[in-house]
Ligand binder design. Structure first.
Ligand code: G4F
Length: 340
């Protein structure tokens, strides 16, 4: 039985990945950091929380000794590093915490692999945020980095460190440059889930108005479950690679808002502009959406869209689910949650 450590097990991607690895008969060690709001609801929703081959371990990836001890005792074949402080606005508020969890953490893992066993394979979750202020569209694995927030800077550090250990010590460190990827397991701090959970509440009369920031922000949004499959495929290769994981589609927050309201039979009419923009429900004439500048981001003008050609050609991986389908899946789950 192969053994995998998945860091950040309380997160969206780790939940899907854990389920996938368990279905492939892995023993999975899911690690989490002790926090006040600790919850395993994602593993519960996927029905794997009590799986006999899943063990949950408290672990702080900023503790190098703990990392070494864990690798020595568990002897993993594969480590998937999905732990991070992944919320971009929070990275401006808490840059030091972000650099620790998102940047330095991977160096501890790489050091532990170097000292304990260089045969342990690592998947490092990198991010489109490393490209930040780019003028190349779509971005490829060769596009120059210019991160524009502490989260992106931390991911760029982790990315380059992984390549450095790959080249210097021959460690199998593969890297997925992940663009936005959504699902019903997405946290509500992220825009798609904020929209679907609010729209579900508005439909059921539990909320009046959805308040958002920049409606014209563009993103390359894929389906998280498919991205977890790509991570697994990358780890089965002989030689570690870096791949863009993206859809090569670009849509706006406004597109997603329209899709979400449409999925519950609410047609919108937008009025006003910029920070005074709002939208009404055409049937009831009630305001259901308002722009609020408190959700605007500093330094957000660039377009991040990824070219997944390399992974498509080498591993046959392709993002398949349209954003409309993703939105419907998320809304269905949120409507069910509201009715529970
Ligand atoms: O959903 P978001 O918060 O995701 P963001 O910042 O693009 O980051 C996500 O994707 C990255 C790439 O994969 C990851 F590296 C990162 O960890 C995270 O998973 O925001 C998406 C867009 C932004 O342009 C933001 O300005 O939505 C816009 N937006 C508009 N109103 C809002 C809101 N975002 C949030 N979170 N909340 C709003 O009210």
């Amino acid at each position: 039985m192969k053994k995998a450590i998945v860091t950040g097990i309380t997160g969206q991607d780790a939940a899907y990945l854990a389920k996938l690895l368990l279905s492939k008969n892995y023993k999975v060690y899911g690690t989490y950091k002790k926090e006040n709001d600790l919850s395993f609801w994602r593993l519960q929703e996927l029905g794997v929380e009590d799986h006999p081959h899943l063990e949950l371990l408290e672990y702080d990836l900023l503790d190098l000794d703990a990392t070494m001890d864990m690798f020595k005792s568990l002897k993993p074949d594969e480590v998937y590093n999905l732990a991070a402080q992944s919320h971009v606005p929070k990275s401006f508020e808490a840059p030091i915490e972000t650099v620790g969890a998102t940047g330095l953490g991977v160096l501890h893992i790489l050091e532990a692999i170097r000292y304990v066993d260089t045969n342990i394979k690592l998947f490092q979750a990198s991010s489109s945020e490393i490209f930040g202020k780019t003028h190349i569209y779509p971005q490829t694995e060769e596009t120059k980095f210019y991160p524009r927030n502490p989260y992106g800077v931390s991911k760029a550090f982790a990315h380059m460190m992984s390549i450095n250990y790959r080249e210097t010590y021959g460690i199998f460190a593969c890297i997925g440059i992940l663009y936005n990827h959504e699902s019903p397991l997405r946290g509500e701090a992220f825009v798609t889930r904020k929209i679907t959970s609010s729209v579900a509440k508005i439909k059921l009369g539990q909320l009046d108005v959805l308040k958002l920031g920049n409606l014209d922000a563009k993103r390359d949004w894929g389906y998280a479950q498919e991205y977890a499959q790509a991570m697994y495929l990358m780890m089965q290769e002989e030689v570690p690679q870096t791949y863009i994981l993206a859809t090569n589609r670009v849509q706006t927050v406004r597109d997603f808002v329209i899709m979400a309201f449409k999925a519950v039979d609410i047609e919108l009419e937008f009025r006003g502009s910029d920070e005074n923009e709002f939208a009404i429900d055409l049937k009831t004439r009630k305001v259901v959406l308002e722009v609020n500048p408190i959700f605007y981001r500093p330094l957000e003008k660039e377009l991040l869209i990824g070219n997944p050609k390399k992974i498509q050609e080498r591993l046959g991986w392709q993002a398949k689910t349209s954003l409309e389908e993703i939105c419907k899946i998320m809304l269905k789950a949120d409507l069910e949650r509201c009715l529970r």
